[in-house]
Unconditional design. Sequence first.
Length: 212
Amino acid sequence: MEKDLISIVIPVYNQVRELEQALISIKDQTYKNIEIIIEEDKQHEGAPVMRNRGLARARGEYIIFWDADIVAVPKMLEELYQALKNNPEVSFAYCDYYFKNKKMPSKKFAIETLRKNNYIHSTSLIRRKAAIKWDENLKRFQDWDLWLTMIKKGETGIYVPKILFTIIAQGTISTWLPSFAYKKPWKYLPGFRKKVKKYEKAKNIIIKKHRL
């Protein structure tokens, strides 16, 4: 494990255009002590598998799972790194972000709040000694599962209340629904019903696994 080195793990599946923009934003980071690990998913095995392979190769004291469709502000790594350096008792640092042009605010770390719903994106800076493998069987809520598993092990996080990156992929937005869409009577409308059903099925898997 190399001191102060940040290992950036990028799972990639048919995202050449997005990856180029992500790499440019990594090149522009003010924090320069980094290594980049790109895991190309040629067999469509899924992001968790690629992240686990990257995790196994990582040499850094810190690790961040950087999705290929993420463009960060130049000071993102520096901001998250400083949060961990200033708070040695916590295991990971996270922030706010944009989902296309929609602001996605997070909130202060609280275990009981996190057990109700996830508000921490997978692109967060984690101490390598606290990092764990991703559940390769999950299709959704992989990040929520990661944080819930980590807090069971006594790990905690710290919130950096700044918008530090943007998810740029065109396809991702199609899976997002406004919060009211998951409530009655909206959840039963034809435009929302199928997506809400898939969402609830996936969420129930996490609820059962973690006994929420």
